[in-house]
Design a binder for this molecule. Structure first.
Ligand SMILES: [Zn+2]
Ligand SMILES: [Zn+2]
Length: 255
């Protein structure tokens, strides 16, 4: 199982792309603006999209992908989301006002998008790849994901603030090699981080202290223009020996 970072920034501009990962060649994990870098052939190969939550920076490319591959595929793209997240997207995106309802286009029996319900802790098996929604705590209903390949596993927090349930899950996980976790704001913006249910370096370090494993930690969702200060605050406060770095777009994980 290979995970490639298409985007991991909190915003856009220049080479920055918002949250999106490609698993092998057929699965997207979130579908932020990084998906726009894929070729049409690559877009046609996407059979599944797993989404953490309904915020635009994580779903922006789903409506455009549906429109692009419509008529070029003979089976739907499965969108795996919790019932709460799917309700929001249906009501606010695929409502014929912002974008057509691609779950009934070209016809309701063979639509180009098909919703698949996911639930916390319930693993979706795709071949020998295991994808499990894990707890997150954000301003809208949200999950993270635990990815398990044949060799190792990875947890991606999605957008979250303090979340004890995530660490309870992670601490029961064997073979956890990588943790991808957000830190959207600097310590100066701690109040904003709390209000918007994200993390700042101080909150992140409190959260990491709850983890009983020592995976390699990668930071995502850095606010554009503040990446250096956020990473400086994290690294200077991190315990000695903790392997922690900013995630870069293009990074490849082999699981
Ligand atoms: Zn969000
Ligand atoms: Zn976000």
């Amino acid at each position: 199982m290979q995970l490639r970072v298409l985007g991991c920034s909190g915003g856009i501009g220049g080479s920055l792309r918002t949250t999106s990962f490609l698993i092998d060649s057929d699965i997207l994990l979130d579908a932020g603006t990084g998906v726009g870098d894929l070729s049409i052939e690559q877009l046609l190969g996407i059979d599944h999209i797993f989404i953490t939550h309904s915020h635009l920076d994580h779903i922006a490319c789903i409506p455009l992908l549906a429109d692009t591959v419509l008529g070029l595929r003979d089976k739907p793209v499965n969108v795996h989301a919790t019932v709460e997240t799917w309700q929001i997207i249906s009501e606010h995106i695929f409502n014929w006002k912002v974008w057509p309802d691609f779950t009934v286009i070209p016809n309701p029996d063979q639509p180009i998008l098909a919703w698949k319900e996911i639930r916390l802790g319930q693993t979706v098996m795709l071949g020998n790849r295991r994808i499990t929604p894990v707890p997150a705590n954000h301003v809208v209903p949200a999950v993270g994901f635990h990815l398990e390949g044949e060799r190792s596993s990875l947890i991606f927090s999605g957008d979250t603030t303090i979340c004890d349930a995530l660490w309870a899950y992670a601490n029961c996980t064997g073979n956890l090699q990588y943790l991808l976790i957000e830190t959207a704001f600097s310590n100066d913006e701690a109040e904003m981080a709390k209000l918007s249910k994200h993390l700042c370096p101080a909150l992140l370090l409190d959260e990491l202290a709850k983890l009983e494993h020592s995976p390699q930690v990668f930071i995502t969702h850095l606010k554009p223009g503040e990446g250096d200060i956020i990473m400086q605050e994290i690294v200077s406060g991190a315990p000695a020996g903790m392997r922690i770095q900013a995630l870069d777009h293009g990074h490849i994980f082999e699981l």
